[in-house]
Design a protein around this ligand. Structure first.
Ligand SMILES: [Fe+2]
Ligand SMILES: [Fe+2]
Length: 189
């Protein structure tokens, strides 16, 4: 095989192209943000797996690496200029087109089912249900911010199975999105 066809060479070329992205550096920053965000999540998954294997010290190292990836992702978000003041952040959340809720996740859930990927379909449906709830929680915050107030103090319980956030004095008996019992909920500190 010609040297030019090796995987290493293809990767090197890709890196070179990335390096030449200067006029459209936002694209490079977004690609890096995807990688660092994925890195954080996979390190957290590895940490959970290591803890399940009884390797608590290694689990801690994975958690440290996840935090490190978060720092990288935050720096990239700053460089992209994506973060504004709280009012504009909330406004943006509420006015951005609901492509994910209206189109992306319903379509993916349906397609996954067609392909017999029931676990994938369930994951998409859970995201869809939870994202709608997120939007509602932030919508409720808007009138407070318009008066330059903070929202009322609440207790939040997170379903560790699907990500649903419940507010109140105790978690619900079962999760309205995935049906998990109250024991699957963890209070957010
Ligand atoms: Fe990183
Ligand atoms: Fe749930």
């Amino acid at each position: 095989m010609d040297k030019e066809d090796t995987t290493e060479f293809i990767l090197a070329k890709k890196c070179l192209i990335m390096g030449e992205l200067t006029p459209e550096m936002d694209e490079g920053l977004k690609m890096a943000l995807d990688r660092e965000s994925y890195g954080r999540t996979i390190y957290l998954a590895f940490a959970r797996s290591a803890a399940e294997d009884g390797l608590n010290n290694l689990s801690k190292l994975f958690r440290a690496a996840a935090e490190s990836e978060t720092v990288h992702a935050m720096n990239l978000l700053d460089a992209l200029g994506e973060i504004g003041d709280t009012y504009s952040n909330i406004k943006r959340l509420l006015t951005e087109e609901d492509c994910d809720i209206d189109t992306t996740y319903p379509t993916l859930a349906k397609e996954a089912l067609k392909e017999g990927r029931s676990e994938a379909s369930m994951a998409f449906n859970w995201i869809l249900g939870v994202e709608k709830e997120h939007k509602e929680l932030f919508r409720q915050a808007l009138p407070y911010l318009e008066k330059e107030d903070d929202i009322e103090e609440e207790r939040y319980f997170l379903c560790e199975n699907c990500g649903y956030i419940s507010q109140g004095v105790a978690p619900p008996k079962s999760c309205p999105i995935c049906g998990a019992p109250a024991s699957e909920f963890k209070e957010v500190e």
